[in-house]
Design a binder for this molecule. Structure first.
Ligand SMILES: Cc1cc2nc3c(=O)[nH]c(=O)nc-3n(C[C@H](O)[C@H](O)[C@H](O)COP(=O)(O)O)c2cc1C
Length: 378
């Protein structure tokens, strides 16, 4: 990892080390990828004020996230199928996050189960929930997160209908992988990846398999998943979730100020301003474009987190300057995982932390609390 200087280096390494179908699954966005590109383009438009001759010797990245002390304003976002980017990927990413002093969020669509992670790490992690039609199963999933002592529930609200990623269809992306000749050749050319996957605990959805009645083979599982997106899900269901989950609740995937206003009255402690990393509604505004109005409207009532497009400490600084309290990263650490397992995730977190502390110094700021729109050129 010595010559890795930025997240793009991890991305390049991920691309070389992991089969194309899984790299593309992480890297690409929905439809024409307009929103995927807008996330990056709009962040890069935001310029900093360079300030000089300010004592910046006491820079400190630590902050509170949902009332808990964190080493920096960063959270690992829920990312499905991490265990296909690297054997035991969810466990390794969680360990890297906890070693760095930041929260890790486990996706419902993980390869390792909630129990696998809980048995492999020392501290609580966050759990992300997709609500499916089978409410009995969802109730049991929340109860499993409670039993595993998860410290926050992140309810993803922007995936009632699934956006299409053309590349996944072209690549024949399936879990576990189907054995076509082109895939076999691709897998055979990635021996380190292959041996990691074969050594990993699981190769299919660990939170689902073994917990669904009558689903005991892969074909039945994929039919079940495809039939389970619940288009009836609505704000009243938050009350039902609240009646089961007693802890901190975060709604992830808010992009519109009217939804943010309703969210502020929903009993949730926080929201993530997010367009799912440009993987859902193509043509939606970038997340950073949506952020300031939402902060103005509900920032004093609940904790505002931000994601979609963050690839550097500079990007974290931009989102914080526009009112976010912390940022989630998805691809940035998924690239790290594919590139180098736990060390790669640790590298992604370290890079972003170092970039953030340098950016703070060059903007004349010492603490996270001091960051505001005064650091930006308007
Ligand atoms: C490969 C991949 C899988 C994802 N899986 C999930 C998921 O299971 N649940 C979820 O709420 N969000 C999921 N997301 C969205 C992320 O949580 C996050 O919103 C997004 O990655 C942020 O954008 P970024 O990748 O530009 O940082 C996924 C994102 C990626 C890239």
């Amino acid at each position: 990892m010595k010559h890795i200087t930025c997240i793009e280096d991890l991305r390049e390494l991920h691309k070389r080390r992991v089969p194309k179908a899984f790299f593309d699954y992480a890297d690409r966005g929905s439809y024409a990828e307009e929103t995927l590109r807008a996330n990056r383009d709009d962040l890069q438009q935001i310029k900093f004020r360079q300030r000089v001759l300010v004592d910046v010797s006491k820079r400190d990245l630590s902050t509170d996230i949902l009332g808990e002390r964190a080493a920096m304003p960063l959270v690992l976002a829920p990312v499905g199928l991490l265990g296909m980017q690297h054997g035991d990927g969810e466990i390794l990413a969680c360990r890297a996050a906890q070693a760095a002093g930041i929260p890790f969020t486990q996706s419902t669509m993980s390869i390792c189960s909630i129990e696998d992670i809980a048995a492999s790490v020392d501290k609580p992690f966050w759990f992300q929930l997709y609500v499916m039609k089978d409410r009995g199963f969802i109730k049991s999933l929340i109860e499993r997160a409670i039993a595993a002592k998860c410290s926050a529930l992140v309810l993803t609200v922007d995936l009632q209908v699934m956006g299409q990623r053309h590349q996944d269809i072209k690549n024949g992306m399936t879990v576990p992988p189907e054995w076509s000749l082109s895939k076999l050749l691709d897998f055979a050319s990635k021996p380190a990846w292959m041996s990691g996957i074969l050594r990993g605990k699981r190769r299919t959805f660990g939170n689902l398999v073994g917990h669904l009645k009558g689903i005991d083979d892969v074909a039945a599982l994929s039919v079940w998943i495809n039939s389970q997106f619940d288009t009836t899900l609505n704000w009243k269901d938050i009350d039902w979730i609240r009646s089961i989950w007693p802890g901190k609740l975060v709604l992830k995937g808010i992009l519109d100020v009217e939804d943010a206003e309703i969210a502020a009255k929903s009993g949730a402690q926080g929201i993530v301003v997010s367009n799912h990393g440009g993987r859902q509604l193509d043509g939606a505004p970038s997340s950073i474009e949506a952020l300031p109005e939402i902060v103005d409207e509900v920032g004093s009532q609940m904790e505002i987190m931000f994601d979609s497009g963050v690839r550097s400490g500079q990007d974290v600084m931009r989102a914080l300057a526009l009112g976010a309290k912390s940022c989630m990263i998805g691809r940035a650490y998924a690239y790290g995982l594919g590139a180098g397992g736990q060390a790669g995730v640790a590298k992604a977190i370290e890079l972003i932390g170092k970039e953030l502390t340098t950016t703070m110094g060059l903007c004349g700021v010492n603490t996270i609390a001091e960051i505001g729109d005064h650091v930006l050129v308007v």
